[in-house]
Write a new protein. Sequence first.
Length: 74
Amino acid sequence: MNIKISEHAAKRMAERNISEGVVRKAFDSEDWEEVLMSKFDPTAMIAVKTIDEVRWCFVFNVETETLITCYPRR
């Protein structure tokens, strides 16, 4: 899947030490553990995947195919 990465998402990825390549690979494989639509924004999908023993949430705009942000779940 050819996704766009927002400026905000790129900053958060850098802060959280997850590379663009790892994120793109996650979206290419699409083997999500959990996928939910946001209760607050009908265009935002929240996808969860474990990468290197860390569960990550990826918030993705389905209309623009843009990663909004990502964060490790605690």
